[in-house]
Design a protein around this ligand. Sequence first.
Ligand SMILES: NC(=O)c1ccc[n+]([C@@H]2O[C@H](COP(=O)([O-])OP(=O)(O)OC[C@H]3O[C@@H](n4cnc5c(N)ncnc54)[C@H](OP(=O)(O)O)[C@@H]3O)[C@@H](O)[C@H]2O)c1
Length: 260
Amino acid sequence: MEQTIGFIGFGNMAQAMAAGWLKTGAVPARQMVACAKSREKLCRTTGALGITPCHNAEEVVTRADVVILAVKPYQLQEVTAPILEQLKGKTILSVAVGYPFDKLETLLPGLMHWSLMPNTPVAVGQGVILGEVKHSLSEEAHQSAKELLGAIAMVEEVETDKFGIAGTITGCGPAFVSQFIEALGDAAVLHGLPRATAYRLAGQMVAGTGRLLVESGQHPAAMKDAVCSPGGTTIVGVAALERGGLRAAVIDAIDAIQKK
Ligand SMILES: NC(=O)c1ccc[n+]([C@@H]2O[C@H](COP(=O)([O-])OP(=O)(O)OC[C@H]3O[C@@H](n4cnc5c(N)ncnc54)[C@H](OP(=O)(O)O)[C@@H]3O)[C@@H](O)[C@H]2O)c1
């Protein structure tokens, strides 16, 4: 891909996306530029990845074909207002939470923008990026953006009213899965396995199980049944998790987030 990617804001999410493009080889470092508030910090973070630091957002937009808005949501207005003219004709991808198309359109009227929700596994090319169905990219820019994002994630287009719940599953999910892995680690340590080994095994087990589900299209219950032999050991654990309320705890967690 020959296009230059410009990050406005180079914090956790921007760095995760950049790392993903570097790791997958989809975008070389020389085709990425970034700006942030603190020049010193920016030079450190871009330097670690070999990406070009810019002095300000205007320089980023001048050099980039695709502009990624990766500042905190409350900073979007102050960052975009001075560069509206330069943003004309650019593909603008916003990762700011809580800025669906209609709200972003008030800040970027008439410009080509697409609201996204990436999750942190983009850093290893295994993310999920939700894209709002409603956007103002040209057909060509939309296809090109999907290809670019597809290098680091599964890209799923979601209607505006489902964006919140889908984002809760994919964006908050890594925290819940990490809690589960940590709990498996505690149990493993209780039974004598070194903690680092336990985390490595549990992490790969979760990654592989997820991949199997996505690639095979199997129902999760069928995947569970496939590991539970009659009178065997796994079903003993499944029954204990049900007694412990795993399913209800997960549903309650998602429900609590949606009500927040
Ligand atoms: N983290 C996640 O898991 C996640 C997931 C989905 C979506 N998002 C969205 O991603 C966006 C960024 O989140 P984050 O977690 O990456 O935040 P972050 O780590 O705090 O990064 C924010 C970046 O914006 C820069 N910035 C602040 N003011 C600026 C200005 N006036 N001009 C240019 N850059 C400026 C900051 O620079 P300094 O560090 O120098 O202040 C920093 O590089 C947010 O809108 C968030 O909603 C995050």
